[in-house]
Design a protein around this ligand. Structure first.
Ligand code: PLP
Length: 420
């Protein structure tokens, strides 16, 4: 079949872009009756009424036509204000802000606009898989830099420096990090900025979880933002070489609506990214952009409320893990994002006869198939994630307690079998 052969040759590089293991998990979860969906990185909250009202009004006003490729002017104006005030980024002009169809689309557009084939990009390990996937999709080469649990899941910037070669074009930074919840400190950010300036590198600063930073030491319940970690783009001279990337998904519980944005100071890069946006979506959905205006103009108390609730769920989940899986799963509650990235005890062995060799996958398959508990193997986020499993604690408390009860029973049964 010559037609199929030509197709194979034409886009073969896509075969090197992995599908996230999350897809394999999703397929496994479909065969589970009454599953606990702690595998999904989605909050159980609904979008605030300010968003829903703005969407309804946009429908009633027939906002259903093509709009500007990089975003509608009233949304861009609000985003400029937000980037200046909240993130301290010296954005001058609405033209610098580009609206995307979710954060993942922003990552795609930036990688396509910025990278040449063969360019190296330093990417955290572990990291949300689409970061690496999008570097590969741009025919560039991801170079993993480890995050260390012993350092609160932060990197060693001297080690990052040693990974830089003549081919390095950019550093991907993600703080708070998915899957580990690690948050970079101001000195970390300074050191990364220094490295970027010294070696003349771009920085893609993924700040998708900017509003999910907990104050673990807060005596009022651990729900106040600890410190607003500054954006890398706000450090002196850094906006020129940093593309900060945001999403409405996590902050406003708008995951399915698909709205994100980036800011690009460099006019040449901006034109390239604009072409990628045009050729992929022409414009991000007009209605959703009005929903975004509703989110920004509405009360921001909802963001603080989500954060308080997430802190309570984090505490509930970690207390439950200590009871359900002592000596089997462990880890320190994260400073940010909404995932528990837990270490599987190295002595643990799956009782399943067909268990995979990878400890991450063995625990994941055991919890899903025997306990109905959705989770993601740490190794799916990079080789440094092997031996860990990720659970999302942004799910409904009833779902969390159901999963914990199932885990407790499962591990107790297993311990009982081993004792006999
Ligand atoms: C680190 C990180 N960046 C970006 C995104 C993009 O989110 P979305 O495409 O829903 O805006 C996610 C989503 O899970 C994420 O975890």
């Amino acid at each position: 079949m010559p037609f199929a052969l030509i197709m194979l040759r034409m886009a073969a590089y896509w075969d090197t872009v992995p599908f996230s293991g999350i897809i394999r998990i999703r397929d496994m979860m479909y065969s589970v009756d009454r599953p606990f969906r702690l595998d999904q990185g989605d909050v159980s909250f609904d979008a605030p009424s300010s968003v829903k009202e703005a969407l309804s009004q946009a429908i009633a006003a027939n906002r259903s036509h093509y709009v500007q490729t990089t975003g509608i002017p009233p949304l861009l104006k609000l985003l400029v204000e937000k980037l200046q005030r909240r993130n301290g980024i010296p954005v001058d002009d609405p033209d610098e802000v580009m609206v995307t169809t979710g954060g993942i689309h922003g990552v795609y557009a930036v990688c396509q606009g910025l990278l040449e084939p063969g360019d190296e990009v330093l990417v955290p390990d572990p990291e949300w898989p689409p970061a690496l996937g999008n570097v590969l999709a741009a025919r560039a080469v991801p170079v993993p830099y480890p995050l260390y649990e012993s350092r609160g899941w932060r990197p060693d910037v001297d080690e990052m420096r040693r990974l830089v070669t003549a081919k390095t074009r950019a550093i991907y930074v993600n703080s708070p990090n998915n899957p580990t919840g690690g948050v970079l400190t101001p000195p970390d950010l300074e050191a990364i900025a220094e490295l970027a300036r010294e070696r003349d590198l771009w920085v893609i600063s993924d700040e998708a979880y900017e509003d999910v930073v907990f104050d673990v030491g807060d005596d009022r319940g651990g729900a106040r933002a600890r410190h607003e970690p500054p954006s890398l783009a706000s450090l002196p001279g850094m906006y020129a070489r940093t593309i900060p990337l945001y999403t409405f998904s996590k902050t406003y519980a708008m995951t399915g609506l698909r709205l994100g944005y980036i800011a690009v100071r460099d006019a040449v890069l901006r034109d390239r990214v604009k072409k990628v946006l045009f050729y992929t979506v022409a414009n991000t959905s007009s209605l959703i952009q009005y929903g975004g205006i509703g989110a920004l103009e509405g009360s921001q108390e909802v963001v603080a409320e989500f954060r308080r609730e997430l802190a309570a769920r984090r505490d509930l989940f970690y207390a439950g893990i200590r009871e359900a899986a002592p000596g089997v799963l462990s880890g320190r509650p994260p400073d940010g994002a909404f995932y528990a990235f837990l270490r599987v005890d190295s002595a643990w062995r799956s009782p399943m006869s067909d268990a995979p060799a990878s400890p991450s996958w063995a625990m994941t398959e055991f919890l899903i198939k025997r306990g109905r508990i959705g989770c993601v193997p740490g190794v799916d986020f990079g080789t440094h994630g092997e031996g860990y499993v990720r659970f999302c604690f942004a799910r409904d408390p009833a779902e969390l307690t159901g999963a914990l009860a199932s885990m407790k029973q499962l591990l107790a049964i297993e311990a009982g079998h081993r004792a006999h």
